[in-house]
Design a protein around this ligand. Structure first.
Ligand code: HMG
Ligand code: MG
Length: 303
């Protein structure tokens, strides 16, 4: 097996995780979560999104959260920007990276960002141009690369089409997202293969929601393909407000356990990561979505 020796995890809990929360999460709690995540060794954190507060009220405190973080050297902070208005608002917060987000399915594009795939690319193009001119790295998220809540199964050709459009406007890296967590390994492999027609393996990451419990298997097949960057969410938090019923990303704790168990380095301290997960789960008064966190906390309590 040809597995990478080191993997980079992008922690998306503060954004993808919390965006779906109905209860108010104060900016101070989000800030403390980010602090704890970086203390655990995360080197890239997706902090928030500069989207319409009417669409996603939980992210309305974006600037406050970005301003409140004590930035650690060597840590990169990314934010979602769907259009120029969001990008311009994000600029004051000095993100290291911005994320434009499109979909491989037309219906999801319309539900999530209120425009067609082609229109979304027209909106992203000036954002990408402005970000790159300002020296800000540009990542693209590609939603619904295996399945769509409105259209069902999504063909790999659709993923290739979107990846080609992203490449054409200068997006530097793309994430292959299973937004609703329906993917299984061969389908995910095909979505990644379609992406690799346009992007180098070093510029592709996996973003797997775990709704059907397949995310670790999908992570493993991606690793076997040489993918070494993954988005994960602390305590398995989250879901997308425009993908009803979809649960959070694969839990960061579970992926770290998988990787360390296979001798793959992450630079992350699993114990401190568990503490960060316990902090946010306690705040939300919810059991962690991470099997590893649950097992390790049970063991700590028993010991
Ligand atoms: P729209 O309504 O089509 O935008 O929304 P518009 O340009 O027609 O403007 C309408 C109003 O929105 C105006 O305000 C604008 O100022 C305002 P009004 O005059 O009515 O008071 N507006 C904004 N306000 C703040 N920030 C902005 C912004 N843009 C316009 N950036 C828009 C288009 C994209 C803004 C909207 O559809 C939106 O905010 N959608 C939210 C999408 C979202 O955040 N989804 C979740 C994140 S994606 C995800 O989770 C998937 C991912 O994890 C990968 C995966 O798992 O698949 C990334
Ligand atoms: Mg997501």
């Amino acid at each position: 097996m040809n597995l990478p020796s080191r993997v980079k995890l992008v922690e998306v809990g503060p954004r993808d995780g919390l965006q779906n929360e109905k209860q108010a999460v104060p900016a101070a709690v989000k800030i403390e979560l980010v602090q704890r995540l970086q203390a655990a060794g995360l080197k890239e954190i997706e902090v928030t999104s500069f989207v319409s507060p009417k669409w996603v009220p939980q992210m309305a405190d974006n600037a406050e959260v970005m301003a409140g973080i004590a930035r650690a050297s060597g840590v990169r902070y990314s934010v979602l920007t769907p259009n120029l208005q969001g990008f311009e608002a994000a600029l004051n917060s000095k993100p290291d990276e911005i994320v434009v987000f499109g979909a491989a399915s037309e219906a999801f594009s319309r539900k999530n960002i209120n425009c067609s795939i082609a229109e979304s690319i027209e909106r992203f193009a000036p954002v990408v141009q402005a970000a790159r001119a300002a020296g800000i790295y540009v990542r693209g998220a590609m939603s619904c690369t295996v399945g769509c809540p409105y259209e069902g199964e999504v063909a790999p050709e659709r993923v290739g089409y979107l990846a080609g459009l992203m490449k054409g406007i200068g997006v530097q890296h793309v994430g292959v997202a299973d937004t609703i967590g329906v993917g299984t390994p061969i389908k995910v492999q095909r979505a990644i293969e379609a992406t690799l027609k346009h992007y180098d393996i070093n510029d592709v990451s996996g973003h797997f929601h775990d709704t059907y419990g397949q995310a670790l298997a999908n992570t493993l097949i991606s690793l076997q393909m040489g993918v070494w960057q993954f988005d994960t969410s602390i305590a398995g938090l989250g879901g997308c407000p425009y993908a009803k019923g979809a649960t959070g990303n694969v839990a960061s704790e579970d992926v770290v356990y998988l990787l360390h168990g296979m001798g793959i380095e992450t630079g992350i301290d699993l114990d401190q990561l568990i503490d960060a997960g316990a902090f946010i789960s306690d705040f939300l008064q919810r059991k962690s979505g991470s099997r590893v966190a649950t097992a390790m906390l049970n063991k700590r309590n028993a010991g």
